[in-house]
Design a protein around this ligand. Structure first.
Ligand SMILES: Cc1cc2nc3c(=O)[nH]c(=O)nc-3n(C[C@H](O)[C@H](O)[C@H](O)COP(=O)(O)OP(=O)(O)OC[C@H]3O[C@@H](n4cnc5c(N)ncnc54)[C@H](O)[C@@H]3O)c2cc1C
Length: 482
């Protein structure tokens, strides 16, 4: 980036812009550690400048400068993604949105809240609780994830089973285009707000969102232990079809339970079985109906145990500790897969075959987020301090995705690292449509370039598959300890 432009920005934004190498270096990574040996030769992750705009007008001003000088812009909010979604790969401007925080308005008649994009879900929840309201859904990364960040990602999590994806709850957005124009969009406008959902910062910067809220209700929690994944699936499907829809439903496989037990964090100290946590929210009558549903499903299933209320409540309390297994680390690698629930037992069986053939422990857990789909996370422990070993182990993430794909699944979220598998996520006609939207809305390709629509050449599907399969072959030969 031209030094004159950098100086111009520094003069304009004062201490809300920095070109200090120390400060910029914090933006060269996200939550998932990826060795420098892999990233350094391929990508330019150090931004030229970091700017923290404090208003929509400032975002627009930055975008006008970037557009005029063809400078890449990477928006970043909570930074809680793991596929380099918010890490620049062609340097340029890193737009840190974290000053754009706060609730602009609450409309209790329309039951919506209007928020700035970097408000975190926990901040929103705390604010709404003072008014007897609550978000309809939230991610399990709620303490760090922002409203704008989740909207620009897939937007499924806790509450989605009952209330749908975040996209279905967003009534309107304000967005700044790559040219620096400010647009107010709804589902009826052209462009539609839908286009910006899951766009991962590649179309523009979302600067405000109007989101539906619900009345804050009492909750009731249940925890069921099954002997087999087939019984788990049957119960899940029966619960989904019943008269009262759960707010949240998540599961843990037997290996995950054992792994948690070894760390002293398994619910109720359990060591075996497949766990299903079911959480309801609603009126007294609705919660009573929920209790009868769970009771009758438990009675119909042969080997189920309905665990004590306190254990179920504790499991709900722990809902934001999805990364607990990292304690067995030091690092955790894994694949998050959008998987049809009907194929869950077969997926888990193949994961266990893989566990045996690569001689490593694989832990699976997930959230049921629609009546048909779950987001399933399968993880294993690794050690980022041993670079070569860690890179070889990264190939097993692709092997897990292969199992998911075999059972009708695909990666959940794209960024850079899942871009080689974008053909598994979108049909080619759908992908062409998305590419057309991208070229119409961002004609110079300056918004978060190199992600989402196609992998950079070095990571094209052929190179990626070949490299990962060779590394996985080496990993298989090397066996345990790798
Ligand atoms: C423990 C854990 C649990 C998680 N649970 C869930 C879950 O339940 N469901 C789920 O979907 N994900 C989950 N995630 C992934 C991640 O936390 C979410 O996708 C989260 O919503 C990302 O928000 P963020 O503010 O951290 O966004 P960032 O990581 O900062 O950004 C995400 C993407 O959006 C873009 N972006 C961010 N803000 C804007 C904006 N205002 N305008 C334009 N582009 C923008 C960025 O460029 C980037 O591409 C989890 C992650 C962890 C570590």
């Amino acid at each position: 980036m031209n030094t004159e432009i950098i100086q111009e920005i520094l003069d304009q934004y004062g201490d809300r812009a920095t070109n200090s190498i120390f400060e910029r270096s914090f933006y060269t990574r996200d939550l998932a550690p990826v060795p420098e040996l892999l990233v350094g030769p391929l990508f330019r992750t150090l931004p030229d400048i970091v700017i923290r705009p404090e208003s929509t007008e400032e975002v627009a001003g930055i975008m006008k400068t970037a557009f005029k000088h063809n400078v890449p812009v990477t928006p970043r909010a909570g930074g809680s993604t793991v596929y380099f979604n918010s890490v620049p790969i062609h340097k340029g401007i890193l737009m840190d949105l974290n000053v754009l925080k706060g609730v602009a308005a609450v409309d209790e008649t329309a039951m919506t809240v209007t928020v700035k994009p970097a408000t975190t879900w926990i901040e929103l929840d705390r604010y709404l609780s003072t008014k007897g309201l609550a978000p309809k859904s939230f991610p399990s990364s709620t303490p760090a994830a922002t409203i704008g960040g989740w909207f620009c990602m897939m937007g499924y999590g806790i509450g989605s089973l009952k209330y749908g994806s975040l996209l279905s709850q967003v009534r309107s957005i304000e967005v700044v285009t790559p040219e620096g124009e400010v647009l107010h969009l709804t589902k009826e406008t052209q462009p539609s707000l839908d286009w910006y959902a899951a766009s991962e910062g590649t179309l523009g910067v979302v600067t405000q969102l109007e989101v539906e809220v619900r009345r804050r209700n009492d909750m009731k929690h249940f925890l069921l232990q099954f002997a087999s994944p087939a019984e788990l699936r049957t119960a899940m499907q029966a619960i989904i079809k019943a008269a009262e829809v759960p707010f949240n439903m998540h599961f843990t496989d037997q290996e995950c339970l054992k792994g948690m037990n070894a760390l002293g964090i398994a619910p109720g100290g359990l060591t075996e079985g497949y766990l299903l946590a079911v959480d309801y929210e609603g009126s007294e009558q609705e919660l009573e109906l929920a209790r009868t549903i769970i009771q009758s499903i438990a009675e119909k299933t042969q080997s189920v145990t309905l665990l004590q209320n306190e254990t179920a409540e504790l499991e709900w309390e722990e809902k934001f500790k999805a990364m607990r297994l990292k304690r067995g680390g030091p690092s955790l690698l894994g694949a998050e897969i959008w998987l049809p629930i009907k194929n869950l037992p077969e997926y888990l069986a193949d994961v266990q075959k893989m566990s045996r053939s690569y001689n490593l422990d694989l832990f699976s857990y997930g959230h049921v987020v629609t009546p048909e789909y779950a987001t399933v996370m399968t993880t294993f422990n690794a050690d980022e301090l041993y670079t070569i070993r860690y890179i070889i182990n990264l190939s097993l993430v692709k092997k897990l995705h292969d199992i998911g794909y075999h059972y009708g699944g695909c990666p959940y979220g794209i960024g850079l690292w899942n871009a080689p598998m974008v053909g598994r996520i979108h049909e080619s006609s759908e992908l062409n449509k998305l590419k057309k939207i991208k070229s119409d809305l961002d004609p110079k390709g300056i918004m978060n370039p190199g992600k989402v629509y196609r992998a950079p050449f070095i990571l094209n599907p052929f190179n990626y598959t070949l490299a990962m399969d060779v590394l996985a072959g080496i990993r298989k030969v090397l066996g345990k300890g790798w």
